[in-house]
Write a protein that binds this ligand. Sequence first.
Ligand code: PNS
Length: 179
Amino acid sequence: MSDEPTDEPAREQTHRGMIPVRRAVCPGSFDPVTNGHLDIIGRAANLYDELVVAVFVNRSKSGLFTVDERIAMLEEVTADLPNVRVDSFRGLTVDYCKAHDIHVIIKGLRAVSDFDYELQMAQMNRGLAGVDTLFMPTNPEYSFLASSLVKDIAGWGGDVANLVPPTVLKRLIERTGGA
Ligand code: PNS
């Protein structure tokens, strides 16, 4: 067997045999992860052999939780999804994809209002590095849900128990001092 590098995609043993691993990334701030994120993560994990949920440092948003805390919450709430891995990155999504042999970005779309910006990013990422983005419609039950709203409501003592997993709720209450 030659050790010469080839252009062939990596072939690994998967549940479908010796075929290329279908790997995707679900990038976001996840500050914190909500039930809406979790719905997208679970459905995307059904479509790929490996799904990486990556916490990206968004320079235009200040965080309530540190990146390590966000990772810990994501690991807790995806513990029952064996093909999901949690990671973090400071930099461009396409650079993360290149470094980890990932060709697909998964994004949840809540409403038409998400579409303009998401389309712009998808086309930019495709132009920068040939990485495609797949949009997944959010479950209508979560179409209004956003981490920013959850933080605001929790901070004023509002009830967000139906919007986030229990472990996130506990940390939100601890962090914001909400009721
Ligand atoms: O959960 P968010 O805050 O909507 O996620 C936004 C995120 C992290 C996906 C976006 O800001 C991003 O892709 N950041 C990485 C930096 C990058 O690649 N910027 C160029 C986008 S075309």
